[in-house]
Ligand binder design. Structure first.
Ligand code: NDP
Length: 238
């Protein structure tokens, strides 16, 4: 059987598309997010869906252990779960900053902590962290979100250097605008309206499937080839 792939944030958008793409390649899957019913509704063969909040490292570790008991060691962890709560720094509720830092940064570190020691010991494994173009450049109203995504780039590259000699691959995938539920959680209607106008100027955005194909591409490279970073965005995106 092919290697176990663990995907966080698999209940919608990019994570759900990744689940379908890796399933189509014959991989057993562990799908993690809070809305377990949405992951089960994907009806993917050889998949385990467990309701886990990525800020809860203990729950994530237990879920991974149960999937490994069934499908063997994790071949690839995809830290994809994320939230984007856009706002102006002077008016935004700081609770939204905490949520983004906890999910987008601590959630990624928690995932890495769950699998890295074992990957190092086995001298193989891949961790793909989903960042954003907003982890490479800034945009209006994105201060805290950009801070979390710049952090994802930094921690992924740092750990890549640490584990390179253990043959563990660390990959950052940084998408531009993709059609998903991500924007819907922002509370400012003005910002949401502005985003809709921006999408129109771009003539549309990427599909979640484009990001899923990119993850499969990076993963399927031979283990001695590490695709360190891929940034992909709509051609007309600035
Ligand atoms: P969605 O909102 O569609 O998906 C986000 C996923 O994250 C959901 O499955 C959600 O599941 C999960 N999630 C959120 N909070 C938690 C949590 N505390 N614990 C576990 N899972 C959680 O958006 P996308 O698919 O767009 O987002 C996926 C990733 O892609 C994010 O990291 C995002 O920042 C990044 N990205 C997206 C872009 C875009 O334009 N859409 C552009 C660049 C990057 P549930 O609510 O069930 O827990």
């Amino acid at each position: 059987m092919k290697q176990l792939i663990v995907i966080t944030g698999a209940s919608s958008g990019i994570g759900a598309a990744m689940a379908k793409a890796f399933s189509a390649k014959g991989h057993p899957l562990l799908l993690l997010a809070r809305r377990v019913e949405k992951m089960e509704a994907l009806k993917l063969e050889n998949s385990l869906s467990i309701s886990v909040d990525v800020t809860d490292a203990t729950a994530m570790k237990a879920a991974i252990a149960s999937a490994e008991a069934q499908y063997g060691p994790v071949g690839c962890l995809i830290n994809n779960a994320g939230v984007m709560l856009l706002g102006q720094a002077d008016v935004q509720n700081p609770a939204e900053w905490s949520q983004m830092l906890n999910v987008n940064v601590m959630g990624v570190l928690n995932g890495i902590h769950c699998v890295l020691a074992d990957m190092k010991a086995r001298k193989t494994g891949t961790i793909i962290n989903v960042s954003s173009v907003a982890g490479r450049k800034t945009f209006p109203n994105h201060a805290a979100y950009c801070a979390t995504k710049f952090a994802v780039h930094a921690l992924t590259e740092n750990i890549r250097e640490e584990v390179a000699m253990d043959d563990v691959r660390m990959v950052t995938i940084a998408p531009g605008a993709v059609e998903t539920e991500l924007l819907s959680h922002t509370t400012s209607q003005d910002i949401k309206d502005g985003y809709a106008d921006w999408k129109e100027v771009m003539g549309g955005v990427l599909a979640a499937e484009h990001i899923a194909e990119t993850a499969v591409f990076a993963y399927e490279m031979p283990q001695n080839v590490c695709v360190r970073e891929i940034v992909l965005a709509p051609t007309r995106q600035q």
